[in-house]
Design a protein around this ligand. Structure first.
Ligand SMILES: [Zn+2]
Length: 139
């Protein structure tokens, strides 16, 4: 199976127009992680007719169960690092969430922080005064 990169403005219609990664003997399925000498990849698109697939490179693959990715703006997969930019559509927490890139099951919890914005509506009392620099004393 030939692998093509989906990492920079990929052509999903014709996978062979994307940068060629190489060929593997195995036939992989969508979401499967391929570990090669060139790095780790996850299959994003399959073209079984032409025996090729589009894959995303995983910069830092983590295979440690229980490792937490904490305090990111979006749900981020601790395994492949994929960031779900539609996290706002998700429930407040979920322990059966499936990564949209590698298919790993992850657990997340939404942490809500409170911020305040303020706007001037009415000015405080202001006195424009002339300041005399010599003290006048009354006897
Ligand atoms: Zn993932």
């Amino acid at each position: 199976m030939k692998l093509y990169s989906l990492d920079n403005n990929p052509d999903y219609e014709s996978l062979s127009n994307n940068p060629y990664i190489g060929e593997i003997e195995e036939s992989a399925a969508t979401y499967e992680i391929i570990r090669t000498i060139k790095g780790d990849f996850v299959i994003g698109v399959l073209d079984e007719k032409n025996d090729c697939a589009g894959a995303h490179e995983i910069k830092e693959l983590n295979l440690e169960i229980g490792k937490e990715e904490i305090y990111k703006h979006n749900i981020t997969c601790p395994c492949c690092g994929y960031e779900d930019r539609d996290s706002w559509e998700c429930e407040d927490s979920n322990d059966e969430y499936e990564c949209g890139q590698c298919g790993a099951t992850i657990e997340y919890e939404r942490i809500v922080t409170v911020e305040y914005s303020s706007e001037l509506v009415k000015l405080p009392s202001i006195i424009n005064a002339e300041l005399k620099d010599k003290e006048v004393r009354e006897n």
